[in-house]
Every structure is written in structure tokens, then in C-alpha cells.
Design a protein around this ligand. Structure first.
Ligand code: ADP
Ligand code: ZN
Length: 745
């Protein structure tokens, strides 16, 4: 058999996904390999397929017991001989497994890194034929990674001790450049084939909701009610939050499981299983939950608090939508959370590290937090923010995230900014944000009286503003360096205000347009669901097949998704197979699974069609719907001539302004809104702008032609303190854009 045949026969898939084939080929050609692929991309296939073709045994080093068990179950289900050896087995079981391994009964053996040191295991490895050593979750080898495991360092000496060096392959989902380099060096990979598939998870919809503490619960309740029937994870920063939310949901009659380190092992295990086996839809958990959770049909991941790093967030949020169907990742942000995170970092303890390293790690932690805060506060495309962080070239805004769907407007707050400066001057830079805001708003607080704030000129001067507005303003002023926040108590002090004194300087704050109902919005924006191709009869069939799967899962004491994924069941509904050949054509049905379960599913489908002779179960199922088709039936944006005449031209403005003004004047019915990305696409095609690949990732620049027409670059500093640039478009270019969309009719 060749690789493609293995893929079909054992795993039931027709073709390799992006990146998989290259890795498989490299390994089969005897090359070392390093694959960096996001969660759900299909890393396991990359080493499992070659493992079956290589002459000897493949040893897979994996950090977690649950992960190993799951993988081995899935392999055995597919008819592949595999085993794991770890501390969950008794000595007798281990001895037996080692004996079988020595007899060559297994093609793939999963081990925890500690095992590599054991004399018995070494002996087995030195006598047996080891064709490949695979390092799963390879980022655990990096000291700078989030999940550093000292025992991973033992892998290298283990490999060195083998008489014939096997192929070494390493896999990870989370790797910044420095971690990648660490893996290559520390594992001593020999000129490896490195494959990095994109970090973009197209099926995930990212959004950030700015909500304070008490409103978060209401948001979640509402969200769950609107997404009944969907499986989801809610991550909280602390055990206490988990417990509180758990109680609240329980009182509202929602059944959920909870998971954190404060529960005893048995309870944790039971709760986790309840979720995995679909006995409850929702799990509320700390970040202790999830490593090794392969559940494929998680439809949403909500973060109740901001995580401490983008690596964490990407990994936790990435547990949504592993099956490739659309899913939502929502982060509930409030300023208090950032303070809690800072506090947690301060308390963090370090073992076996010298002072210098500790300081380095502290700095990195602080920087990670800052990146995360930047994610929560950016008004730009969230997907691009993530991609750029992981060092990937981002393109035009994605049009599939909360920020791309949010409308922003700009408010000139220059005079307010001057009052902020005055207030800080009156306080001689001794107080923090809360006192400054309280003073400007004229709050009636004991602490303000105590410090004599009511005597200040600035007291109550901005009372017509909301606190939220002023917070945004302060953020902006910090970003522009007019004020600085320093010291243990984060007091606000004067920065460089020379520019603020110039007549022409403006302080502009970008604000989100009010939304009626945030929870509702995320729902309507992302309606395309996995079962959309099914008719209501199809949905009934899907339900029946799910029931059957549950029965089989119980018989086999196996999580349902290991029997068949939801995606496979949906494909089954769509194809309604009536015989073996048709069943084998369903994605995810390999020969072994067909032998075990195929007939029962065929019978169930036949019974259903018998009872419902005229049922049409599915409309044309579109395996990978084109992006345009995902977004409803509205036509592309255009402008009528009369509308175009009402467009308000400015001397210079941002692309977001052009988008907004076009939307304001547009009266055409049943067309999509203008988006930044469609305008950008036009500008690229007209040769006025381009995306330039630089060291720092991708930059948007004007071409020479654009420059000649007067497109200019404005330097900005982000809240996180990073310099970025925005393009501004002169009236001539605004006219070109408007004319283009009149022509697009
Ligand atoms: P990762 O380890 O990268 O997070 P997995 O190996 O768990 O991802 O694969 C995610 C899902 O994708 C699994 O359900 C797997 O069976 C499926 N999958 C992997 N490769 C393919 C393929 N070539 N075609 C279809 N489905 C695939
Ligand atoms: Zn976006």
C-alpha cells in the first residue's frame, strides 16, 4: 500500500490536507521533519501514516496520559496496532506491553518522556528496530514555552543511545519563532523538513466583548440559551469564578460540568467524561482543563477572563471547531482582569532557575500580558492580530471577526485631553487612574474629599462624559505618550506634552458604535452551521445516527467522537449510503470502522428511509463552501449614481471613513455592506497600494503610483506601545473608489 491508500483504508479520508503530504513524504524519504500546524489541522496523520509504512516501530513521545489514551483508542478503532506505556498502567501491564512490543506486535507505541530513561525500555529500544521517534507537543522542550517539561530534554540522549539513528519528527501547534528554533536545536534535528501551515483557523469567529464583572454572567446565560444543543467550554481564571458561574448556571436550570484543580481526581475525571461523552453540553473550567481534549464538536469557547498570553488563548480558543465546522471564540474583557493577571504573575514561583533567567521570564510574561491586552483593545481585525503575533503575514481584514463586523467612529477629544493633563498637573502626579477619572467626572467619593480634589479646577469639568469614554481617552493618551503610568501604584504622570500644545494637534479616540445586543450579534453574524445542508428530515436522521452512535459508544466504553465524528455523520446523512461501497465513500469511514459499525449505520439509514419514503434529507452539500457563499445571499456592495452624489468627500481620510460614508449613503437593497477589505482589494487591483512583506510581518503601503496620487502614511503608536502606520487617502482617491463602486453595479 502507498500513503494515499493507507489514508483511505485505515482513516477513511480521500486526500491529504495542506502540509500533511509533504511531511509524510519527507519522513518516508528518511528526512527529519518539524511540523507546525494549528490544532485540528491533522498532525497525527502526518506520523501515523508513515509509521505504518516504515519497516520498524514508531515511538511517539507525548506529554499527557489522556492524550495518549485517546490516540491509542482511535488507532485501535481504525484497526492499527498501537499501545501506550505510562504510569497509569500497573507494573504487570507494563511488562506485558513491553513483551508484546519486543515481539513486534505494535507499529506505534506512545510513551511519556520519563519512560525513555527506564532500563527496561532502553533495552527494548536498543534491541528492537525503531524506525522513527516522534515528538508530539514538541514545544514542551523549550524553556521559553508555556508548557516546558524538563523531562523532554531526555529525548535527545535517548535517541543518541540508539545504534541506528531513527528518523526524528516533531509536531507542535504553538510555536513562535524562538520556540521553533529551540525545538530544532535542542532536539538536534538533522537538516529537518520544516512545514508550517497557516495559523489561520478559518472556521473560527473571534470576538472580544467589553463587559464588566456582573454583566458577564448575564451574557453567558443569554448566549447558552441561544445556543442550546451546542457543546461549549467556558474558561475562567480562578477556581472561585468557576464555582460561582457553575452555581449561577445551575440555578438557572442549565446543566454544566465544572473542572478545576480543587476538585478531587475522581470528580474531575467524571466531569471531564460527562463533557466528552456528550452527557452535558457545557463545561466551566480553569485552564487546567483541555490539554488532551480532542472532542471535535465544541462549538464555542468563551473566556470569562483574559488569559495570560496569546499562546494560551490561541490554544484554548482553538479547542473550538476541531471538526472544521464554524465555531465561536469569545473573550469577555474587563479592566479588572488585567489587574488580576498582573497580580498572578507577581505571585508566580520559579523552581530551579537562576535570578537572571527568572528576570528574563518575568519580562517575557509581562510582555505576553501586554500582547493579550492589545488583542482585547485593538479596533483592528482580531484574526490579523493573532496571525501577526505568530509571525505570519496577515492580509486584508478578515471580515469574519467581531472587529471586522463592528462599526467604529472617531471622536475628537482634544479639549478633554487637555483637561486630563491639567488634572494630573493639579495632583502633581501623585494619583492613579481611578482618582483622576473620579475627579474629572466630579464623583462624590470620600477619598476624593480626603485629598481635596473638589477644590481643583478640573473637578467635575468633564462630568458630561461617560467613564468609559474617559478610559478610552486615557488609553489613547498613554499610547501617544502625553501621559505615562509608573511606579508600584501605577500613578499617572505627565509625559511629553509639547506636541499637545500645538494648535494643529488632535487627540482622536476610536469608538465602537453602540450595539443593541452583543450576544445576539455574534449569533446572527455566524449562522452558517454544520447541519445547514440538512433538511428537517435530514436533521431527524442525523439525530437518529447520533443516538446509534451513543449506544455503540456505551457498548464500547468509548467517547462518541472516536466512533465517528459529527462531520462523518453529517456526510452519512447527505450520502445516505445503502451498501458497503457507498458507506466507504463517506469521509471518515475506513475499512476497519466499516467492518465494526458500517452495517448498523446502513440499517439505521435504511430503516429511516423506509419510515419516511419521501424524505429529502439533504440539499446539495458543499464540502468546502467558497468564502463568498458562506455569507448569505446578498449581492456584492455597489452604489447608485444618486447615492454617490451624496458622498461626503474630505481632504484626507482613513479607509474606515470611506467605508462608513459609503454605507451611510447607500440605498441599494439586498446588498452587503461595504467593508474595508473590498475597498482594499480595489485599491490593490488599481495598483495604488500593496502589501509588503517585511521583517515584522506584513505592512500595508502605497505604491509609487499611490504616492503620486497623494496617499500618505501616518505613524501611530498602539496601546501596547508598538509603532504602526495607517494610510490616508486624498479626495482624488476617494473619488476613484466611489466611482468604482458605482461601476460595480
Ligand atoms: P491536531 O493533532 O493537529 O490537532 P488531529 O490530528 O486531531 O489534529 O486531527 C483533527 C481532525 O481532523 C481529526 O478528526 C482527524 O481525523 C481529521 N483529519 C486529519 N487529517 C484529515 C484528512 N486528510 N482529511 C479529513 N480529515 C482529516
Ligand atoms: Zn477580522
Amino acid at each position: 500500500m502507498n500513503a494515499a491508500e493507507i489514508l483511505k483504508t485505515y482513516f477513511g479520508y480521500d486526500s491529504f490536507r495542506n502540509g500533511q503530504e509533504e511531511i509524510v513524504r519527507a519522513i518516508l524519504a528518511g528526512e527529519d521533519a518539524l511540523a507546525i500546524m494549528p490544532t485540528g489541522a491533522g498532525k497525527s496523520i502526518c506520523y501515523q501514516v508513515p509509521a505504518l509504512l516504515l519497516p520498524g516501530i514508531t515511538i511517539v513521545v507525548s506529554p499527557l496520559i489522556s492524550l495518549m489514551q485517546d490516540q491509542v483508542k482511535a488507532l485501535n478503532e481504525a484497526g492499527i496496532h498501537a499501545a501506550f506505556i505510562n504510569s497509569s498502567l500497573t507494573e504487570t501491564q507494563i511488562a506485558k506491553a513491553m513483551r508484546f512490543a519486543a515481539e513486534g506486535r505494535y507499529k506505534i507505541i506512545y510513551v511519556a518522556p520519563e519512560r525513555l530513561e527506564s532500563a527496561v525500555f532502553m533495552q527494548f529500544a536498543q534491541n528492537g528496530k525503531i524506525s522513527m521517534v516522534t515528538v508530539d507537543e514538541a514545544h514542551c522542550i523549550s524553556q521559553w514555552g508555556q508548557d516546558f517539561r524538563p523531562s523532554y530534554l531526555k529525548i535527545v540522549s535517548f535517541i543518541d543511545s540508539l545504534a541506528d539513528r531513527p528518523v526524528v519528527s516533531a509536531f507542535t501547534a504553538t510555536a513562535t519563532r524562538e520556540v521553533r528554533t529551540d525545538i530544532e536545536c535542542t532536539l538536534k534535528l538533522h537538516n529537518p523538513r520544516v512545514v508550517v501551515t497557516g495559523f489561520d483557523r478559518e472556521n473560527l469567529y473571534y470576538s472580544v466583548e467589553h463587559i464588566t464583572g456582573k454583566h458577564k454572567d448575564a451574557f453567558i446565560l443569554d448566549y447558552i440559551q441561544k445556543h442550546a444543543d451546542e457543546s461549549g467550554i467556558i474558561y475562567c481564571a480562578t477556581r472561585k469564578n468557576v464555582d460561582n458561574l457553575y452555581e449561577k448556571l445551575s440555578r438557572s436550570g442549565i446543566s454544566a460540568a465544572r473542572y478545576h484543580a480543587g476538585l478531587d481526581n475522581d470528580t474531575r475525571k467524571k466531569n471531564q467524561d460527562d463533557f466528552i461523552y456528550d452527557r452535558v453540553q457545557i463545561v466551566i473550567a480553569t485552564n487546567a482543563f483541555g490539554m488532551g481534549i480532542d472532542k471535535s464538536n465544541v462549538r464555542f469557547v468563551i473566556h470569562y477572563n483574559m488569559p495570560q498570553s496569546m499562546e494560551n488563548y490561541y490554544q484554548e480558543a482553538g479547542r473550538a471547531g476541531r471538526d472544521g465546522e464554524s465555531a465561536q471564540c469569545i473573550l469577555l474583557f474587563s479592566v479588572q482582569d488585567v489587574m488580576i493577571d498582573k497580580f498572578l504573575l507577581e505571585k508566580k514561583e520559579f523552581e530551579r532557575m537562576n535570578a537572571e533567567d527568572i528576570e528574563l521570564v518575568r519580562q517575557r510574561d509581562a510582555r505576553r500580558l501586554q500582547v493579550m491586552e492589545g488583542y482585547c483593545k485593538t479596533t483592528l481585525c482580531l484574526r490579523n492580530y493573532i496571525l501577526e503575533y505568530f509571525g505570519e503575514r496577515a492580509s486584508a481584514p478578515c471580515d469574519n471577526c467581531g472587529n471586522c463586523h463592528q462599526e467604529y467612529y472617531e471622536q475628537d477629544m482634544t479639549s478633554d485631553a487637555k483637561w486630563v493633563v491639567n488634572c494630573i498637573a493639579e495632583m502633581r502626579g501623585r494619583y492613579g487612574l481611578n482618582i483622576v477619572l473620579g475627579t474629572l467626572l466630579g464623583a462624590n467619593r470620600a477619598r476624593l474629599k480626603e485629598i481635596g480634589a473638589s477644590a481643583y479646577k478640573s473637578y467635575g469639568i468633564l462630568k458630561q462624559r461617560s467613564e468609559t469614554d474617559l478610559r478610552l481617552l486615557v488609553d489613547q493618551m498613554l499610547a501617544e505618550g502625553y501621559i505615562v503610568q509608573t511606579g508600584e501604584y501605577s500613578v499617572l504622570q505627565m509625559g511629553d506634552i509639547s506636541r499637545l500644545k500645538e494648535e494643529s494637534t488632535r487627540v482622536i479616540v476610536r469608538k465602537a458604535q453602540e450595539r443593541e445586543d452583543a450576544a445576539d450579534k455574534t449569533k446572527t453574524e455566524n449562522k452558517k452551521k454544520k447541519t445547514d445542508s440538512l433538511t428537517s428530515a435530514g436533521y431527524d436522521l442525523f439525530d437518529r445516527l447520533r443516538q446509534l452512535r451513543l449506544v455503540i459508544a456505551k457498548e464500547a466504553a468509548m467517547p462518541p467522537y472516536i466512533i465517528f465524528s459529527d462531520k462523518t455523520l453529517i456526510d452519512m446523512c447527505a450520502k445516505a449510503p445503502g451498501n458497503q461501497a457507498e458507506m466507504l465513500a463517506v469521509s471518515g469511514v475506513g475499512e476497519n470502522k466499516y467492518q465494526k459499525y458500517g452495517e448498523r449505520f446502513i440499517q439505521e439509514i435504511a430503516a429511516f428511509l423506509d419510515e419516511n419514503p419521501n424524505a429529502v434529507v439533504s440539499t446539495q452539500i458543499d464540502e468546502e463552501p467558497a468564502p463568498a457563499a458562506k455569507k448569505g445571499r446578498k449581492g456584492a456592495f455597489y452604489l447608485n449614481q444618486e447615492d454617490a452624489e451624496r458622498f461626503q468627500y474630505a481632504e484626507y481620510c482613513y479607509i474606515s471613513d470611506i467605508k462608513e460614508r459609503m454605507n451611510q449613503v447607500c440605498t441599494a437593497v439586498n446588498v452587503k455592506k461595504a467593508t474595508i477589505s473590498v475597498i482594499w482589494e480595489y485599491l490593490v487591483s488599481a495598483g495604488l497600494v500593496a502589501e509588503e512583506q517585511g521583517q515584522e510581518g506584513c505592512r500595508k503601503v502605497q505604491t509609487e503610483q499611490g504616492l503620486n496620487l497623494g496617499i500618505k502614511t501616518i505613524d501611530k503608536i498602539s496601546q501596547g506601545g508598538y509603532a504602526y502606520q495607517l494610510l490616508m487617502y486624498p479626495e482624488t482617491v476617494q473619488r476613484m473608489i466611489v466611482e468604482y463602486f458605482v461601476g460595480a453595479r
